[in-house]
Design a protein around this ligand. Structure first.
Ligand code: KG4
Ligand code: ZN
Length: 324
C-alpha cells in the first residue's frame, strides 16, 4: 500500500510517501528554523504560520518526487500528538482535507514512537522485541517495543529533554540556535575529561534528569573566565556526561528486559559522539545498536507514514473527528 505521511509537530513541515511500510518514495521537509534562530528558540506563532504557507507546496513536491498520482494513496497518516497545538492543527487539517477529497482513511499517530520507527526505514534486519531510546528536543524516553502496536514506557525525563539541555547549554555558551549541532562542533578536539559534570538520576533508575547539568554549566561559566580553549573543554565535558547517562540507562533497560536490540532515534541521535559511545558500549554488552540515517533522525514525515502503515495493518484506526 502507498501511504502519505504528514508531520508538523514543531518547526518542520514534512510530507512523505512510503510504500509497503518501509520503502521511502519521497520525503520532503521544509523548515522555518532560520526564522526562529534570531529568537534563540522556536516561536510557535511563527512556526504555524510558515507551516500554513508551505504545506500545500511540500505536498505537491512529494507527489512529484514519488512519481505517483494522489489517487494511488491508500492511507493518510498524520502526527496527532505530542507537539505545538497550532502546528499540529495545520497538519491535521491538511491531512483531513486530503483524505476526504481522496475518499481514503486517515490515521493520527504518536510523533515520539515514529522516531523509533525511523530505524526500520534504514535497517532491514531489526528484530523485535527491542528497547528504544528517543532523544529529541522535546523528549527523552526509554521504551520496550514488543511490536509497534505494543509499546511500554520504561522511563522518561523528569525535567528537560536531552536536546533541550544541548540547546540551553549552547545558549549559555553563546553558540546560537539550535544548539545541539553547534555544541557538537565546538566540542571537537576539546578535553571531555576536563570538567566532571554529574548527570543525576531520578527516582526510577530508568528516568532521566538534565536540568541539573545545565545549571552546573551555568555556574561553572560564571566562575571562570571565558576563553575558546575553555569553551571547547566545557562543551566536550557536557556532551560526554549527557551521552554517558543515556548509554548507561539504555543498556540497563536492555539488561532488565533481556533484549539484545537497541533502537535509537530523535534529533540528538545524529550526534557523532553519542553514536560512537553507544556502538562501543553496546558491543561490550552484546547488544546490537541501530540509528536512523541523519536525515531520518530529525523530524520528518517518512517515519510518520511508515509507523502509521505498520500499526494500521494491525488494526489502528482514526476517524474525521481526529484531534490533538
Ligand atoms: O527530533 P528533533 O528534530 O525534534 C524534536 O522532535 O524535538 O530534535 C531536535 C533536537 C534539538 O534539540 C537539536 O539541538 C538536537 O535535536 N540535535 C542535536 C544534534 N542535532 C540535532 N543534539 C546534539 N548533537 C547533534 N548533532
Ligand atoms: Zn521529533
Amino acid at each position: 500500500m502507498i501511504v502519505l505521511g504528514v508531520e508538523s509537530s514543531c518547526d518542520e513541515t514534512g510530507v512523505a510517501i512510503v510504500k509497503n511500510e518501509k520503502e521511502v518514495l519521497a520525503n520532503v521537509v521544509a523548515t522555518s528554523l532560520k526564522l526562529h534562530s534570531r529568537h534563540g528558540g522556536v516561536i510557535p506563532e511563527i512556526a504555524s504560520r510558515m507551516q500554513l504557507e508551505s504545506i500545500a507546496g511540500v505536498f505537491t513536491e512529494a507527489v512529484k518526487i514519488a512519481k505517483i498520482t494522489p489517487e494511488q494513496i491508500g492511507l493518510v497518516v498524520v502526527t496527532s500528538h505530542p507537539g505545538l497545538p497550532g502546528s499540529l492543527m495545520v497538519g491535521i487539517s491538511f491531512a483531513k482535507a486530503l483524505a476526504l477529497a481522496l475518499n481514503k482513511p486517515i490515521l493520527g499517530v504518536n510523533h515520539i514512537y515514529s522516531h523509533v520507527y525511523a530505524n526500520l526505514l534504514c535497517h532491514r534486519k531489526i528484530k523485535l522485541p527491542a528497547v528504544a531510546l528517543v532523544v529529541s528536543g522535546g523528549h527523552t524516553s526509554l521504551f520496550y517495543i514488543k511490536d509497534f502496536s505494543n509499546i511500554q514506557v520504561l522511563g522518561q525525563t523528569r525535567d528537560d529533554a536531552c536536546g533541550e539541555a544541548f540547546d540551553k547549554v549552547a545558549k549559555i555558551m553563546g553558540l546560537g540556535y539550535p544548539g545541539g549541532p553547534l555544541l557538537e562542533k565546538i566540542a571537537k578536539g576539546g578535553n571531555s575529561q576536563k570538567i566532571k559534570f554529574a548527570c543525576s538520576g531520578a527516582g526510577n533508575e530508568l528516568d532521566f534528569s538534565f536540568s541539573g547539568i545545565k545549571t552546573a554549566v551555568l555556574y561553572y561559566l560564571k566562575d571562570k573566565k571565558k576563553c575558546i580553549k575553555l569553551n571547547k573543554d566545557l562543551a566536550a565535558s557536557f556532551q560526554e556526561s549527557a551521552v554517558n547517562v543515556l548509554v548507561k540507562k539504555s543498556l540497563l533497560a536492555c539488561k532488565r528486559k533481556k533484549v539484545s536490540n537497541l533502537l535509537i532515534g530523535g534529533g540528538v541521535a545524529a550526534n557523532r559522539c553519542l553514536r560512537e559511545k553507544f556502538m562501543a558500549s553496546a558491543k561490550l554488552a552484546g547488544v546490537h545498536c541501530f540509528f536512523p540515517d541523519n536525515k531520518l533522525c530529525m523530524d520528518n514525515a517518512a517515519m510518520i507514514a511508515g509507523f502509521g502503515a505498520n500499526i494500521y495493518k494491525h488494526g489502528a484506526r482514526s476517524d474525521f473527528y481526529l484531534d490533538m
